[in-house]
Design a protein around this ligand. Sequence first.
Ligand SMILES: [Zn+2]
Length: 339
Amino acid sequence: MRVLNIHGVNDVRLDPKTPTPPGDADVVVKVKACGICGSDLTYIKFGGIHRPEGGVTPIGHEAAGEIVAVGAGVKDAFVGQHVVINPMNTPSFIGSGGPEGAFSDEVLVRDARVGDSLLPISNDLPFEIAALAEPLAVALHGVNRSKAKPGDKVVVFGCGPIGLAMVLWLADRGVEDVIAVDLAPERLERAKEMGARHVINAATENLRERLFAIHGSHHYFGRDVANTDAFIDAAGGPNILSDVISFIRHQGRMVITAAYMKPVTISLGAMLTTEMELTTAVGYPTEMSEVVAALPRLQTKLAKLISHRFNFNDVLKGFEIAATPQSAKVMIQFEDQPA
Ligand SMILES: [Zn+2]
């Protein structure tokens, strides 16, 4: 079988690998679909994650597939069962620095627990939809942290796969007045398809003026502020936080899910009178089961999150496309692959 490994900075290769035999507590999943994540691109840029000297980092953590081997001690799993892998609940953190990555013909799920690290799906759900569960769970956690509820006015910065999925979840819970902000027109079009009522292209439009025009504004403590209730940052732009501080309403909320690589400068003086709630969101401590349950219901809309599909043979081409702003989710498919 083959596995995608990071060997060093910007050095990623599809390598042959001898499968690790499963122990009594383990399950082997034949991977059918695995999405390319922004964090995969980051790992490649940094030359891996927890990579031992001279070793490799196998990647791929957004996988769905079919069980092909079950250890004697694993309950409720069976050969032929279709599953989504929850990599956060695997002891080897599949695809994020452990010995396994899911860009692989088969992946070993150690200490497998059905309903926890392995979430069964129905046989008629396409694997590529199931493989969206992981980024959808990241997005749902970010939305949950924003405490957005129907009637709220919300802004989502960044319309990559996570930002787009946030717009989808907001619309799904009845938050209608959502503005999506990005720099790429293609991404803003997708945000509308996911349910954003308005979009702002921050490259060509004045963010503050457009925000005030769409959500409205009022005067508070000596300045004009937007009527927006919550801001979610899935972009990671250096000025986003200071911009939000400059126009957030009293006790407005902001959630940061973007991975900032550099420190940002903000004015705590300007922040003081806002009494804003500022928090972060990472991963999906409780959201995965809810997401998997929602996949069949949202299937048609979710398919629009996938902008490109590549066969595992062409996984490296997929990574090139995933690095461009024109792409949304790039999905790697494993059908008709030699084992
Ligand atoms: Zn991911």
